[in-house]
Design a protein around this ligand. Sequence first.
Ligand SMILES: [Zn+2]
Length: 377
Amino acid sequence: MKLTQLSASLAAVLFSSVLAAQPSDDKVIFLTFDDGPINATSALVDALTEADIKATFFINAFHMYGEGDENEDMAAAAMRKVFDAGHVVANHSYDHMLHNCTDGVRSGAEYCNEVGLWPVKSYQNVESDYEFFALNTEKLLALIPDAELYPNFKMRTMARLPYTNGWRVTSVMKGDGLCATSDTVPPWDPAFNCTPATSTNSSQVAIQITDKLAANDYKVYGWDFDWGPENWGVAFPAETMADGVAMVANMESVINQCNATVMNPLNSRTPNLDCSDGIAHNKVVILTHDFLFEDGPRGQGATINLPKLKAFAEQARAAGYRFDTMDNYAPAWQATTVYELGEFVSYQDKIYSVLQAHTSQANWQPTATPALWTLEK
Ligand SMILES: [Zn+2]
């Protein structure tokens, strides 16, 4: 062996021990389930295990107390199962803001389902509505006291607002969900007239709550598109969800598109989301709901959609996607890794951006190297 060949192979060995932080062709799906846990969550977790997917659940703990007007008497057991299976558990407020769905006498899920005015006056008071996020954590811990010991417990650091496609991720990547909730008629009423310039009081309160969450060390995540019924107006809407082929086409149309006009009609309501800092590159956040995977009043959601979920996973992987959880929206910081300007990492539930290109060492954690990393707020 010639000396040059030896050095070449030595270089190859050395090079291979330094990891590339983020392969640019690595397309990532963040599959997120809102509004659980309910009884159906249990079979959903089994299906996710079978499909080898780790997902993120934005939960409302009021189901665990039988206050959500769903099939939920086994919700607490389902919640435990979500933790045990390693899915990330994040905060969607205790009661989905349904305390604000009221006629002055009655309020809450049962009343709101009766009158069907969920997104009307959903947000009313910044201070008191904000408290429903802390309450969510408190009530979850009252029933599952050791939940905090799970590394996938993110109730105090990751949130999504009910109804509202708001984002607070980095100093640049921020967006507000506008016009998702109204002050008078429901948003689907033809009389509802809302533009970003004439946003509703409820939306404005939601924006202030989003800011308050961010100021209190939460990352707030919206979504890129909603995997929901094609038609809510039929008897069994859960049976009208897009299949894997359509889902892959949807993802291809939204990936790396941060402009809401391009993303329409895929249910984006974040007109001012700025993705110019690159953290969103090659990522798709899919919103769906536990209750769409239930055999119940919305149709044969479990029978039809659990197999659909499995097929979607296969088709997405065949199209070059992998699945991850939202705490890895910025990938976890690693030692012995090349970091270039413009890259982001997560470390101890915070996001940092590269100040100076470098190859990381074991003791160069972002918290210990302010010359290399800056905290994103
Ligand atoms: Zn929700």
